[in-house]
Design a protein. Structure first.
Length: 191
């Protein structure tokens, strides 16, 4: 494992992920009838998300201060930046709600891990856990392996009418601008 680092900033030489076309067929699809556990201690039905819109930002994994990331983490295109991305959605959550969207985060990390992270970062929205990659397999979300873990690639989905994938942001880079870009799109495309 690599040495711990500051999760609240991005290195200047962060490699950009390529647009490999992995999400090309997602827009226009419906989310499957499955439920995932959330940091609020409940199950969230993905085919019945809040209307008129929900934003589901998927990310690889958030780190914990003082705990090392997998070896080579910063060199994996699209891996680094989960904390700054989550903080961006936190900082824009009220504005997204005003634009008619409810925010959810999603990673493969276990719910207890995410609850600690959500409390530490003061996230005002639920984070969903998909450790078995049920959603990823059902709709074809891109993933990668690092440190023996299968992790989601960073992608943001705008869901309309509870289950329809209306807009896909992929690849997401830089991650600290993800929430602002999503908010700009929501404002330009009212529900």
């Amino acid at each position: 494992m690599a040495e711990p680092h500051d999760f609240n900033s991005l290195p200047p030489d962060l490699p950009a992920p390529p647009d490999d076309g992995a999400c090309a067929g997602l827009a226009g699809r419906r989310l499957p009838a499955l439920s995932l556990p959330s940091t609020a201690g409940r199950m969230v039905a993905l085919d019945a998300l809040p209307r008129p819109r929900s934003v589901l930002y998927c990310y690889p994994m958030t780190g914990r201060p003082g705990v090392a990331q997998p070896d080579g983490w910063d060199a994996i295109p699209g891996a680094r930046g989960c904390t700054v991305q989550s903080c961006g959605f936190r900082d824009h959550a009220r504005e997204m709600a005003e634009a008619g969207a409810t925010v959810f985060g999603l990673s493969t990390q276990e719910t207890a891990y995410q609850q600690e992270m959500a409390a530490r970062l003061h996230l005002p929205f639920e984070v969903l856990s998909d450790p078995d990659l049920r959603l990823a397999r059902a709709i074809g979300l891109p993933s990668f392996v690092a440190g023996g873990l299968t992790l989601l690639r960073r992608v943001t989905l705008v869901i309309r009418d509870g289950d329809l994938i209306e807009k896909v942001f992929y690849p997401v880079f830089p991650p600290d601008r993800s929430a602002a870009e999503t908010l700009t799109w929501l404002r330009a495309n009212p529900a």
